[in-house]
Ligand binder design. Structure first.
Ligand code: M6R
Length: 600
């Protein structure tokens, strides 16, 4: 949801900003722009479309200078266009601003400034920030920015440069991520660590309500009242995720990485139950997240329910949970699942839960992220950087970590013996090789996709744990291939949706739960007799009834019942990938989406 990058130093800034923007493009890719201080004035170039469009524009309108800010946009207020792209330059050209977030009171401020003859040229909420700072400027840039941000409501990460104080980038954080990268006689700002890793391994993570004054040689921090704060530097790995290597897309690469990612997720699990008493009293657990992360939470809930049926367990969309009346007290644990660690809805829930006295544990893939910082405990998925907007390996690792947590908690609560626990752990240890085996289905799924990519609609059916995997499979297909798709709990279909099943509809059935086999079979007969083509993902390919009802079988390896989601989702990930490829879609950057959703 918009990416910010800034550079100040001795080098030509434009090249560095473009490099940074390319790493940040996953956060939004409908337009981008750059503003540079050229020694005299602020100059800006902005372009609708991908970063390559901005690069092209810069060939005809080159920018020169050593201090610059750049932005890649995911539109909230105002359609994607050159004029709605950031940076926004103030009327007297004294300030340029990039913004990630939403300014909730922008209309109020806009009207106030318009009444004072300040002209606006975009439909965005962000433009007000540039004009407001200029309006409040009376000789000191930091003071003007502080007075402006104290008047803003909403969420904002800001990068500001000014011709009045050349060589300085001001960075402000409230509820959206912003990081400073420390170099040798040069410094950077960015929305994430990944874009900085190619420049430096040393970062300062801004906290909420902080302003940073960044020069090439120095970083100063203060709060919104201007009180000085200490600068804490963190060293980060410089593992780069910018290359697809031999793969056609990041998504393909990331699916291929599932076995290795699972190995890391399993090895990296550290039990959070140091102080047993702290956890013993928990009687209510909410799994929250959005999209794929929510689907992982649903599986986590279902597994924990099987192990500890006496607990009150819920899996809720973060965007709904935040505004619902759930009971939260000191016996409540909220498990926030997130790949990026920056999803605004999830983050808001964490804050709300903590305010109401609940405990928060997160399952996260990005160790230096807002969700990790704001949770009481963190479990890391260790999936490695995930670049494709469609989440794949991170989901498999979320499932692995949530399953470990469920087993660990069941042991703590005395619901599993040591022997039972170790048995499950041993089964989990085989997941990477089972995933590898499942990836060998690649060729068949690729062929199958090439015969099916013109389908208008695909249904995903499952029961129990399979239903949640069906939801994930369906989301992935919609997200990158734009094919209409729905996931249904198979038993629910006949209560209305069955009316949509007709000749030509493809049904992807997930059949992995032994105790639900007969019930799934009955549901599949119902869709088969209405003309659907059925492709079944199952370890029970030899079962005569399943074989008979299915037009095609995708045979997955055997694992313990509760571990199937980690494996059975892989064919659905491959299917979405190959369908999108056959349709010629932009696999890593599907339309209208962004990897990291940092607005509510
Ligand atoms: O970074 P998060 O896991 O918090 O992101 C949550 C969702 O936005 C994300 O999983 C989204 O649904 C994916 N693009 C799905 O592939």
């Amino acid at each position: 949801m918009c990416g910010i990058i800034g550079y100040t130093g001795k080098k030509q800034a434009t090249e560095i900003i473009i490099k940074g923007l390319k790493s940040l493009e996953y956060r939004g890719y409908d337009s981008s722009g750059i503003a540079v201080f050229d020694g005299e004035n602020i100059q800006a170039v902005k372009k609708e479309g991908r970063i390559v469009c901005l690069e092209k524009e810069l060939e005809t309108n080159p920018l020169s200078g050593n201090t610059a800010i750049g932005h890649t946009r995911w539109a909230t207020h105002g359609k994607p266009s050159d004029s709605n792209a950031h940076p926004f330059v103030s009327t007297a050209h004294k300030f340029a601003v990039v913004h990630n977030g939403i300014i909730e009171n922008y209309l109020e401020i806009k009207e106030y400034l318009q009444a004072r003859n300040i002209h606006f040229y975009s439909q965005t909420d962000s433009e007000v920030v540039a004009h407001l700072i200029e309006y409040l400027y009376i000789g000191d840039v930091k003071d003007a920015i502080l007075s402006a941000v104290r008047r803003l409501r909403g969420s904002f990460a800001l990068g500001v440069i000014s011709s009045a104080e050349p060589g300085i980038i001001f960075a402000v954080k409230k509820d959206n991520p912003l990081i400073i990268g420390k170099g040798e006689n040069e410094n950077y700002i960015s929305s994430d660590i990944t874009s900085l890793q190619k420049f430096t391994g040393s970062v300062v993570v801004l906290k909420n309500y902080q302003l940073a004054k960044v020069t090439a040689s120095d970083i100063e921090l203060c709060d919104f009242d201007g009180c000085e704060q200490s600068v804490e530097t963190v060293d980060v790995s410089r593992e780069l995720a910018d290359d697809t290597h031999d793969f056609e897309s990041f998504m393909e690469k990331e699916i291929r990485e599932i076995p290795a990612a699972l190995t890391r997720a399993l090895k990296g699990y550290v039990s959070p139950f140091g102080e047993a008493e702290y956890w013993q009293g928990i009687n209510r657990i909410y799994f929250i997240g959005c999209g794929t992360a929510l689907h992982a939470g649903m599986v986590g809930k279902r597994i924990l329910k099987k192990l500890l049926p006496e607990l009150n367990l819920f899996a809720e969309m973060a965007s709904e949970f935040r505004y619902d009346d759930f009971h939260i007290d000191e016996h409540t644990l909220t498990i926030a699942v997130s790949q990026s660690g920056e999803t605004a809805d999830t983050l808001s829930c964490i804050r709300m839960v903590k305010e109401r006295g609940g405990k928060v544990l997160c399952v996260c893939n990005v160790p230096i992220s807002s969700i990790v910082f704001e949770s009481d405990f963190a479990l890391f998925t260790n999936a490695g950087p995930e670049v494709a907007v469609a989440s794949t390996k991170a989901y498999n690792c979320q499932l692995a970590v949530l399953t470990m947590f469920a087993l660990d908690f069941a042991r703590l609560k005395g619901a599993l013996t040591k022997q039972q626990f170790e048995g499950f752990m041993a089964d989990m240890g085989h997941l990477p090789e089972k995933a590898e085996e499942t990836l060998k289905l690649n060729e068949f799924i690729s062929d199958f996709s090439s015969w099916n990519y013109t389908r208008k609609s695909v249904f995903y059916l499952g029961r129990g744990l399979d239903y949640y995997v069906a939801m994930e499979g369906s989301l992935k297909l919609k997200e990158i291939s734009y094919i209409q798709s729905e996931a249904y709990a198979a038993g629910e279909l006949k209560h209305g949706t069955l009316a949509l099943i007709e000749d030509g509809v493809l049904v992807m059935a997930l059949v992995t739960q032994r105790d639900l086999l007969d019930k799934m079979h009955s549901s599949l007969i119902e869709v088969k007799s209405r003309g659907a083509t059925i492709i079944t993902i199952t370890p029970f390919g030899d079962n005569a009834a399943i074989k008979d009802v299915s037009d095609y079988i995708i045979p997955i390896p055997n694992v313990t019942d509760i571990l199937y989601p980690v494996i059975s989702v892989i064919p659905t990930q491959l299917f979405s990938y190959y369908i999108a490829r056959a349709k010629g879609c932009d696999i890593d950057k599907p339309r209208n989406l962004a990897k990291s959703v940092t607005v509510e």
